[in-house]
Unconditional design. Structure first.
Length: 165
């Protein structure tokens, strides 16, 4: 379980460095457009790809660091074991929906790769790289969900060895 956590954490940190070129490209575009009146044809497409990669990998990173937004007005007052049990019940919806997303995302990525799909912009960079990242990110999220499921299950079965949430 710790190995999956560490892989997710490492990937999240590595992909966070994509914010640097994202900011630089945005700055170049703003200067080119508004100071020199010469907008680029590539900045928007590259920014979409960089931001998409950050969001895709950032989802599982946020999950392991408990940074997703939750509406748990009543649940926070329940004991950790009861919260873990409720997490186990709701995880079925998580696993079903993310399994469908993995399946459909894989089909979409494969079809995109087969036809060497490109953006419909003036610059037309390939989009299949980004689409191939979708099933990878969803798989990573599913692995992370499996780790959380195991932790919740252990907390329900062995409350004395569980961790406080």
């Amino acid at each position: 379980m710790e190995r999956i956590d560490s892989i997710t954490d490492l990937l999240g940190k590595l992909f966070s460095f994509l914010l640097i070129p994202l900011m630089l490209i945005t700055s170049i575009e703003v200067v080119s457009r508004y100071i020199f009146n010469r907008p680029t044809i590539w900045a928007w497409d590259v920014n979409i790809q960089l931001f998409g990669a950050i969001i895709l990998i950032g989802g599982s990173y946020a999950y392991i660091h408990n940074m997703h937004v939750r509406v748990d007005l009543l649940v926070i007052y329940l004991p950790a074991r009861v919260r873990a049990f409720l997490n186990l019940l709701t995880s079925m919806l998580f696993f079903f929906s993310y399994s469908v997303l993995l399946w459909q995302g894989s089909l979409e990525a494969w079809n995109s790769l087969k036809i060497r799909e490109q953006y419909t912009s003036v610059w037309s960079p390939p989009i299949y790289f980004e689409k191939m990242l979708i099933p990878i990110a969803v798989f990573l999220f599913l692995l992370q969900g499996g780790v959380q499921f195991t932790r919740d299950l252990l907390l329900v079965i062995y409350p004395e060895t569980g961790e406080k949430k």
